[in-house]
Design a protein around this ligand. Structure first.
Ligand SMILES: [Zn+2]
Ligand SMILES: [Zn+2]
Length: 223
């Protein structure tokens, strides 16, 4: 009985839907106060668009409480990823032709591109690093604000990184199971870990996982 109570206490309760990162007010509460003549709707942070605030006052308060640094990092990683997205969508491959790496190099993003096709400016691995840096910032914010929407976004971002790089050089596999557990997706977590652990030593990680033959559903997001 005691253990059960302890478990209950330790159960993570995530907040869902838009809420102010500073005062925790939700949109509904905002609407109610609007009826009484006050309030604005909950808006994204104007720089990073990741956390949300009910007012300029709450935004300023969170800024001085540490969001300023996180916000700048998010903005930097986002810009890096966006710049590289543009480039990787149109990699020059000779004869005035271009290649969209997001179509042609799925699963192989950690491989160096031959200097003959693109060279230094076209680094899919740098794109992965920017996306992973962004994911790490989102993870810290999801944890800080116990924000379900941010955990869900983190889950999607991590799956996308793993999909682009089947070999998983950045180690998505060591974070994803915890994120799935936090989201209450125990079966997906179990399926993912079981699948990972049951590869034999000759398994070619550069191949996409096979989602058909009794493999867990979570793998279908990686193909
Ligand atoms: Zn607020
Ligand atoms: Zn921000």
């Amino acid at each position: 009985m005691k253990l059960k109570e302890e478990l209950k206490k330790s159960k993570m309760i995530l907040k869902q839907g838009p809420f102010c990162a500073t005062c925790q007010k939700t949109n509904k509460q905002e609407d109610d106060s609007k009826d009484k003549g006050g309030g604005q709707s909950i808006k994204n942070c104007s720089r990073c668009s990741v956390v949300k605030y009910c007012s300029k006052k709450c935004q300023r308060e969170d800024y001085t409480n540490g969001h300023k640094e996180a916000c700048a990092k998010i903005e930097k990683h986002k810009k890096e990823a966006d710049d590289l997205t543009e480039k990787l969508k149109a990699v020059p491959v000779g004869n005035n032709k271009v290649e969209n790496a997001f179509e042609t190099r799925v699963g192989r993003f950690s491989e160096q591109m031959a200097s003959s096709i693109g060279g230094k400016d076209f680094q899919p691995k740098e794109y992965l690093k920017a996306k992973f840096g962004l994911a790490q910032q989102i993870m810290a914010l999801a944890e800080k604000h116990e924000d379900r929407d941010l955990y869900e976004r983190l889950c999607r971002d991590l799956l996308e990184i793993k999909r682009l790089d089947h070999t998983d050089v950045l180690g998505v596999r060591s974070i994803l199971p915890f994120v799935l557990l936090i989201l209450g997706r125990d079966n997906d977590c179990y399926g993912f870990i079981k699948w990972h652990l049951s590869r034999d030593e000759n398994y070619d990680w550069s191949n996409p996982p096979n989602a058909s033959k009794g493999n867990p559903i979570i793998l279908q997001f990686l193909i």
